[in-house]
Design a protein around this ligand. Structure first.
Ligand code: ZN
Length: 530
């Protein structure tokens, strides 16, 4: 199918804006638009942080679909200071000894990677390809320590009065007269407990450390210990990387926030037209305590979300929601609805479900952007999530048994079904409401004690199950009601009775459909005990 053009999708609108406003910035030494994202790996990267990455990815995809060249960079701000040990970290006592160090010098508490920062980076970097996100990573500790930004630091020093004015406009108390726009990690004790005392108007700065008493003069072109404070570092890097697009969260986009000041510093100090941007909103979590990161330490990351959502559906949730809209990632019953919505979107894309053309156009574009790889040539095998959950529970979680029962699935479609089944089983076992969960009894389970009328009803239902092949869901349903009526039993009691006998609970999935799904071979041996 042909790619949608003139789409009204938010990613396309932003791509058009970037082309309109930044095309002139493309020249001989810059062939591609630069789209940027980044974060400080000071802890587990949570799903709210992922919103920024996926927002950039979707715009990058939109630009490429329009035939543009794009460089997608992801900056790890791993030369930031380690301020606080997050609640979910192991070996807190060890970590606390490294407070005020650059996070790149804090040891990995899991003992696998070369540093704490690297451990947090590696975790996300291993997950992003699963959802089709492939940025070029830039490691700020490496850049600063190689003095790649020495010129940028010097430019900031030369313009410190102008920068001070920009920052002071949004501060309640002005910066001190002796303020110098450089931070230093002490060369002796590695902490940022330092004060820059002097700049020689060229490349040398002198600092002193209040932790260890070290005092020394270093050359910005050679030292690995100096960096710019965040509000200056950000625009310096926009200029350095020639960034055309970077969104930011509400916290940075507030009035007088770091984006506002970065725009001015970028333009007035570093001579770089600030990038196209938008603000993305916060995410919340539903069905799992509400917060992305709770005081008890649980942090909801992309890994957690991928445990219950297929990669395409993770993309779908973000592609289908405007970035400036707050939404919740659900772990409760809404999971079923999200899967249903995605399947519907897929049917619309493949013309199997017809809706109003304008809406259909939008849905088709959302579907394209949701794909991890290219759009499949034919419609993938669809199995409703709710039905799959029931099938899995009927078969005690065995995917092989479920596949064995699906007669219409082709070999090539099994891989995708397997992903969905793993998600479904994770959801049932960890998050599904108690009402939703069941275990089908077997002939070796002990029979329930029932009265004579109940036993008669169960035998009548068993008779219907014997000829299950000739029943539809509706006719089976009718005959079950008839069995109750014939024996003077209230339908309410009837359902309670049958669910108790089959799954040991008073409620369950829709009965007739459930019996048909489970099949004669599983249901009859249970009923025949009565
Ligand atoms: Zn020191």
């Amino acid at each position: 199918m042909e790619k949608t053009t003139n789409s009204i999708h938010w990613a396309d609108i932003n791509a058009d804006k970037i082309i309109r406003e930044r095309k002139k910035s493309l020249d001989a030494d810059k062939e591609a638009f630069v789209c940027a994202s980044g974060i400080t790996p000071s802890g587990t990267v949570h799903i709210g942080n992922f919103r920024e990455i996926i927002s950039v990815e979707l715009v990058v995809r939109a630009l490429r679909d329009k035939g543009e060249k794009v460089k997608f960079i992801y900056s790890w701000d791993d030369y930031d200071v380690f301020r606080k040990v997050p609640a979910n970290m192991p070996d807190r006592e060890m970590l606390e000894k490294y407070l005020r160090f650059p996070i790149t010098m804090v040891p990995d508490p899991w003992g696998k990677e070369k540093s704490y920062a690297r451990a947090n980076e590696a975790e996300l970097e291993s997950l992003l390809p699963i959802v089709g996100v492939y940025p070029s990573y830039i490691y700020q500790a490496e850049k600063y320590r190689k003095s790649d930004y020495a010129k940028g630091i010097r430019t900031a020093l030369e313009n410190r009065d102008k920068i001070r004015k920009i920052l002071d406009a949004h501060r309640t108390s002005p910066l001190e007269d002796k303020w110098i726009p450089v931070s230093v990690f002490c060369n002796k004790c590695n902490k940022d407990t330092t004060e820059v005392e002097n700049w020689d108007n060229e490349w040398n700065i002198t600092y002193s450390c209040s932790s260890c008493g070290n005092r020394e003069t270093v050359d910005l072109r050679k030292t690995s210990c100096a960096k710019l404070p965040w509000r200056i570092d950000w625009p310096m890097r926009w200029a350095y990387e020639k960034v055309d697009f970077e969104p930011a969260g509400k916290d940075h986009h507030s009035e007088g926030g770091s984006f506002d000041t970065a725009e001015l510093v970028s333009k007035e100090i570093f001579g770089h037209e600030p990038p196209v941007t938008f603000q993305y909103d916060f995410l919340s979590i539903k069905g799992r305590g509400g917060k992305i990161s709770s005081s008890s330490g649980e942090v909801i990351s992309l890994r957690d979300v991928l445990e219950i959502y297929e990669p395409e559906i993770v993309r779908y949730m973000f592609a289908g929601t405007r970035p400036n809209t707050e939404f919740a990632i659900s772990f409760d019953l809404d999971v079923i609805k999200i899967y249903e919505d995605y399947d519907k979107c897929e049917r619309i894309y493949f013309g199997r479900e017809i809706i109003n053309e304008k809406k259909a156009e939008k849905e088709r574009r959302i579907y394209e952007l949701s794909q991890v790889k290219s759009v499949p040539e034919e419609m993938p095998y669809q199995i409703p999530f709710r039905h799959l959950c029931n099938l899995l529970q009927i078969n005690s979680g065995s995917l092989e048994a479920v596949i064995g029962e699906l007669k219409d699935i082709r070999e090539s479609q099994k891989e995708k079904l397997k992903t969905r089944a793993l998600c479904a089983w994770n959801w049932i076992t960890n998050f599904a409401p108690e009402d939703f969960r069941f275990t089908l009894k077997t002939s070796s389970d002990q029979a329930e004690a029932v009265d004579e009328i109940s036993a008669k009803v169960l035998r009548a239902v068993a008779d219907q199950v014997r000829k299950l092949d000739s029943h539809t869901e509706a006719s089976l349903s009718e005959s079950i009601y008839a069995a109750a009526q014939d024996n003077g039993m209230d339908p309410k009691d009837l359902f309670r009775l049958i669910y108790t006998v089959l799954i040991g609970k008073e409620k369950g999935p829709r009965l007739a459909g459930f019996i048909i799904t489970a099949g004669k071979d599983k249901i009859l041996p249970i009923l025949e005990k009565y």
